[in-house]
Design a protein around this ligand. Structure first.
Ligand code: MN
Length: 704
């Protein structure tokens, strides 16, 4: 029966023990699919067996054949990848898993331009090209048995075959499978047109028989005279390619059928060119139709000579001339490179051989001095440096490999990137820095008031994301420094008895003239960045003669509000670690901007009343951010006390940045901790929890 037939076929080119492994995979699959039927009513196992037959005809290795037997067990029965791996080894399990993943993707080929992305994605998802070959064989058998399905489903599968799988077969140079997929797809997609075209072909064939025979004979005679060993085949055009020509090139059926096609298969490259000479000598070649794909192979590695001749009675004759090896390559493409050699055959070796195949193409191409474009295609297909990601509504976004959800967000729209706060990958909340993989579905969660994080620059890989983030931060910094400059100047003006709002045009004009600056905004920005002292600017704006007296105790009643969004411009002093809620002072240090200290900081004692160096500040009502603070803990050293202390603190949502322990004596250790908190209330909570530990004797904040 069918299994026997397969095993016989395999024993021609595989070793006995490998044939046995294929048989074992068959038996396992038969058990798994026990009781399942195909739509046609046949036992399910007939399908994997037929798929294996297709691969055996291509002389694929035993692992591919085992994968063919098992290709539906993960999807359709409860078997896991691990079980297959334990029973048949990792390589086979990987292949089966790869095929299952491809099967799991629902190709919604509504938009034409999507088709190419799907093709690329299919290839990108299969690190091992054998996965694609098994999948193609699977699809081929499903197409052969398509008739039993409901019309709507039949059309959907046919469309997908024409859009996705036939082009993949073509890219990989597997012509036999491509042609069959196309013709089956055509018949299922357009049954009426297919039938009419087939009937027209039949009729035309009768009329052409005589001419074909005549040309065939004259070619054979000539080849024999010249002692070239060759096979002459009269070639029939495929229905799908005729149909496409009629549609795309707007040619009539008659025009197309007026061309007679032949293929001459010879034994050496040398004979190819000799044969070409003979043909051009027998019939007149049509100028511009000769193509040398031997010297310059096609993108998928296809090699052949093509020419068009004017035969007797003026008919056109298309001729392809190639060697036996080139013919095998044209039929099986990349699969021809899996041709089995006894013994040491692993997936790895084959993958490397595929790489060598490409390398060979590269060399040929370089010798031919042609562009490398064709190679780029093949290389991108087999060694992908792109990933293909779905949007929530099924659109595909192509990104360089290593891309993250942030890259994805920016490639959808700059606005989406700028407002991105989190993401879901295949429905799961996922860090924004995670690298994406082909086939994942990514959903970006955004918030209106969100803004890009400078940190993102550490992991984005696309130029678009990078420049958009930089651009945003730069603009934001500009806006914020102008805004802060305004607030600082307002406070300085207040000390001179006026307000920012009360400034007159003439005052600003004079300031610009005095300072040589081109705009007032620029001066404000410089104040915000700490490059100009606000008090000095205020002095120019309000000359001594125009100042109103201000009572000393009112001078600092209008502190500048500090918000977390000023974070890019402000610095928090490391000597005293101010946090929201603390009374603070701003120290203006040119070049460094505004540095925020505790009002009580010892470093400010000397200068705190100098308005050119210090200014009153206060926190805005809701400062956001994380602020470092330093604590000292006096503790009784017991086993695990550091861990206990740390977990108390992190339970309260604090992040510990630094811990050091100083052992004073056998009974006392001093722990120095730097942690980040939101504000004083948060800190108070942490201190309270830490005091609850019995080992803690004293805990206090270090302010200098
Ligand atoms: Mn299947």
């Amino acid at each position: 029966m069918a299994l026997r037939l397969l095993l016989d076929k395999l024993s021609y080119y595989l070793e006995v023990k490998e044939v046995r492994r294929v048989e074992r995979a068959y038996i396992f699959a038969e058990q798994c699919h026990e009781g399942q039927l195909r739509q046609s009513g046949d036992p399910y196992i007939t399908h994997p067996l037929a798929v294996a037959h297709i691969l055996a005809d291509m002389h694929m290795d035993h692992e591919s054949l085992m994968a063919a037997m098992l290709h539906d067990v993960i999807e359709d029965t409860g078997v896991t990848k691990g079980q297959i791996s334990r029973r048949f080894g990792r390589p086979v399990a990987d292949l089966v898993d790869g095929v299952s993943k491809l099967t799991g993707i629902e190709f919604q080929s509504k938009a034409e331009q999507q088709a190419e992305s799907f093709q690329k994605m299919t290839l990108a998802m299969s690190r091992d090209i054998r996965v694609v070959l098994v999948k193609l064989a699977d699809r081929l058998h499903n197409m052969r048995t398509l008739g039993v399905l409901a019309p709507a489903k039949r059309r959907r599968i046919a469309r997908e075959t024409l859009d996705i799988y036939a082009p993949i077969a073509q890219r990989l140079g597997i012509n036999d499978i491509r042609l069959e997929l196309e013709n089956l797809g055509f018949a299922a997609m357009y049954p009426l047109r297919h039938r009419r075209l087939r009937e027209a072909m039949k009729a035309a064939k009768k009329n052409r028989k005589e001419v074909v025979g005549e040309i065939h004979q004259s070619m054979e005679i000539r080849l024999e005279q010249e002692q070239v060993e060759a096979t002459v085949k009269s070639r029939e055009k495929h229905l799908w390619s005729i149909y496409r020509k009629m549609r795309e090139k707007k040619r009539s059926f008659r025009d197309i059928m007026d061309v007679f096609a032949f293929r001459l298969i010879v034994t050496s490259v040398d004979d190819c060119y000799r044969t070409l000479g003979m043909m051009h000598n027998m019939f007149k070649p049509v100028p511009g139709e000769f193509k040398d794909y031997i010297a310059i192979p096609k993108a998928n590695g296809y090699q052949s000579l093509h020419t068009v001749l004017v035969g007797m009675h003026g008919v056109l004759i298309e001729v392809q001339i190639r060697t036996v090896e080139m013919e095998a390559m044209a039929s099986y493409g990349i699969a021809a490179h899996w041709e089995y050699k006894a013994g040491r055959q692993t997936a790895d070796v084959n993958q490397r051989r595929a790489a060598r195949w490409i390398q060979g193409l590269l060399e040929m191409q370089q010798q031919a001095g042609d562009s490398l474009e064709f190679l780029e295609h093949v290389k991108a297909d087999l060694f992908p440096d792109e990933v293909y990601i779905f949007t929530p509504n099924g659109k595909i976004i192509e990104l360089p490999s290593g891309a993250t959800p942030i890259d994805f967000a920016y490639s959808v729209h700059t606005g989406v990137g700028n407002s991105c706060i989190a993401c879901r990958v295949d429905g799961q909340l996922t860090p924004l820095s995670e690298q994406l993989e082909s086939g994942q579905r990514v959903e970006i969660i955004s918030a209106e008031e969100a803004q890009p994080n400078p940190n993102w620059l550490n992991f984005v890989v696309t130029a678009k994301a990078r420049s958009a983030i930089r651009h945003y931060l730069k603009n934001q910094q500009h806006d914020e420094s102008v805004d802060l400059g305004k607030r600082l100047l307002d406070q300085a003006l207040n000390r001179l008895g006026t307000r920012y709002k009360e400034l007159k045009k003439s005052q600003i004009k004079r300031l610009l003239k005095d300072t040589g600056a081109s705009t007032f905004e620029y001066i404000l920005q410089q104040i915000g960045l700490g490059n100009r002292v606000p008090f000095a600017v205020a002095n120019v704006l309000v000359p001594k003669s125009k100042r109103k007296p201000v009572e000393e105790n009112k001078k600092s009643t209008l502190p500048v509000m500090i918000d977390a969004s000023d974070g890019l411009l402000l610095q928090y002093a490391r000597c005293c670690h101010p946090i929201p809620g603390d009374p603070i002072l701003g120290h203006i240090s040119p070049g460094k901007g505004l540095v925020i200290h505790l009002e009580s900081c010892r470093n400010l004692v000397e200068i705190r009343h100098n308005p050119e160096k210090c200014m009153a500040l206060s926190w805005s009502s809701k400062p956001r951010g994380e602020f470092p603070v330093e604590l000292k803990v006096e503790i009784t050293p017991e086993r695990g006390f550091i861990a206990a202390l740390a977990s108390r603190m992190t339970e309260a949502d604090a992040t510990i940045e630094h811990v050091s322990v100083d052992e004073k004596d056998a009974f006392t250790s001093i722990v120095d901790v730097v942690l980040t908190v939101r504000d004083r209330i948060h800190l108070a909570d942490i201190l309270r929890r830490a005091r609850g530990l019995k080992q803690v004797r004293r805990i206090y904040r270090v302010k200098n």
